[in-house]
Design a protein around this ligand. Sequence first.
Ligand code: AMP
Ligand code: GLY
Length: 421
Amino acid sequence: MNVLLIGSGGREHALAWKLAQSPRINTLYAAPGNPGIAAHATVADLNVSDHRAVIDFIRRQQIGLVVVGPEQPLVEGLADNIRTIGVPVFGPGREAAKLEGSKGFTKDLCARVGIPTARYFRVTSKDGALACLEDFAEGDQLRCVIKADGLAAGKGVVVAMTRAEAEDAVAALFNGGPAEAVIEEFLEGEEASLFVLSDGTSTASFGSAQDHKRVGDGDTGPNTGGMGAYSPAAVLTPELEERALGEIVRPTIDALTAAGTPYVGVLYAGLMLTADGPKLIEYNVRFGDPECQVLMARFDGDLLETLLAVAEGRLADLPAPAFSDNVALTVVMAAQGYPGTPQVGGAIGGIDAAEAGGALVFQAGTRMAGDALVAAGGRVLAVTATGGDVAAAQRRAYAAVDAIDFPTGFCRRDIGWRAIG
Ligand code: AMP
Ligand code: GLY
């Protein structure tokens, strides 16, 4: 079978690596791809926001499955457009993709069906927002979280720990003109991500991970797309996972099916494990990046078969997805300046040396400059290793990081610290 993979990041490199191992794969195409993906796939010169061009390509290359990596094309309705020509797609349609595309949509759905999540208000004006803040005051303390509506690549969220921070965030939000936001209660606990496959009828747990969103060691500094992850997240015990599935994920999927907009793809639930049990922080309608890298390093099945079964509504016929008992841990190497303006163009060497020890180096923001591999974005590499426990996987991942020669890059040195501590 010919497969088209949409995307160009470290997540898609990990998906390409795993898809290429399927005995059923004929040609794997990737668009737009990157130099790492090109080692496993034929990179197609295709503008993925031109849906007609994508559909022409699918017809011409006799594609039997399309796998959409990132959220943007899903929110733009690429999966719906491909489904109109009868080709199976792994990824939700535009309406179901609102779970990520609109925080307000998700919060309203949670309220409607009683899914545990932070108490919230939707706001559309500065005065309205300032009035809502009072609801989160406890004595002279005020804590809340302010989230701009719409896709924001992890940058639209302010966790305000004082009244002044909250007021500043509201001012910044409405500075540039009209805006929509959710203001919600601050939840305390440890975070974990749960991945669930859904074909609209059946669901299957696809493992857990813990991300490291802040740029600096000890979870300091600004938020990023994720600086490293490990899987499984031991804090999400089987009991808590079962609760999260039953109280959060399945009611969400059932609500979308009942609305006539079934969810087909992987649903990524960002959870806060509070004293009252798991609560939903947010949904993403795709694999996490870099969480996908650690899931793929542990997944024991045939990825093509699995994603195709999801896309064709046959998930119930498949055995439950199986994962290695090992822990996988990935360290993101980013270009200096990230998450601000990254320094691009810096040379990258040593990938073969890093992989010689058994690690996997997934490429994200890279490009070829002549024969040289150089940095082309914020997050550049995801250096991934496995081990019997978090500490062993961490040791092997950092040994591989140390074999890489990327002078204009940096990484956190403490990925996995909560699990090891
Ligand atoms: P989000 O983009 O919604 O995942 O938010 C980014 C990060 O902000 C999350 O990973 C959490 O660390 C933090 N966060 C979001 N919502 C809350 C909340 N209600 N309480 C505490 N922290 C939150
Ligand atoms: N690593 C966080 C995300 O993919 O949204």
